[in-house]
Design a protein. Structure first.
Length: 140
């Protein structure tokens, strides 16, 4: 068995902060990061609301309200593709034109997906612009 290796070059015992239990109750008191001088932020925070921060359930609800339009985005894309490819498959079965209905359905589905992405981006841009305009009106 090897003796413990010291963290210092002169073979003095290693600092006790490395050897103490991180879960001990006084760990916060020993934390050097909380006492650091962080200075000013790198950029001004123009988009941060001026009021008190929401905590707990209110913060969760506010985040879910903002994320709401995007939560079903993947399902909308998947259902658009499944719908149009399924429509092409049904058309193939009815007309007997096997791969062309599905190929056409996939192409129309891709156009629908791109239109969905463009609409979501346009709506997100409009919401961001409205939020920015409202914050600038409130700051003046």
């Amino acid at each position: 068995m090897h003796p413990p290796v010291s963290a210092t070059p002169d073979d003095t015992p290693a600092s006790d902060s490395w050897e103490q239990d991180a879960w001990a109750e006084d760990a916060w008191k020993r934390d050097d990061w909380k006492n650091a001088d962080w200075g000013k932020p790198a950029a001004p925070s123009s988009g941060v609301p001026k009021g008190p921060r929401k905590r707990g359930l209110a913060a969760y609800n506010a985040g879910m309200i903002e994320a709401g339009p995007y939560l079903t985005f993947g399902l909308q894309i998947a259902f658009a593709m499944v719908f149009f490819v399924g429509l092409g498959y049904a058309l193939d079965r009815f007309l007997g034109s096997t791969p062309w209905g599905m190929v056409g359905g996939a192409a129309v589905g891709m156009v629908a997906v791109f239109a969905l992405i463009a609409r979501m981006a346009r709506e997100a841009d409009a919401r961001q612009r409205a939020k920015r305009d409202a914050s600038q009106d409130g700051a003046e």
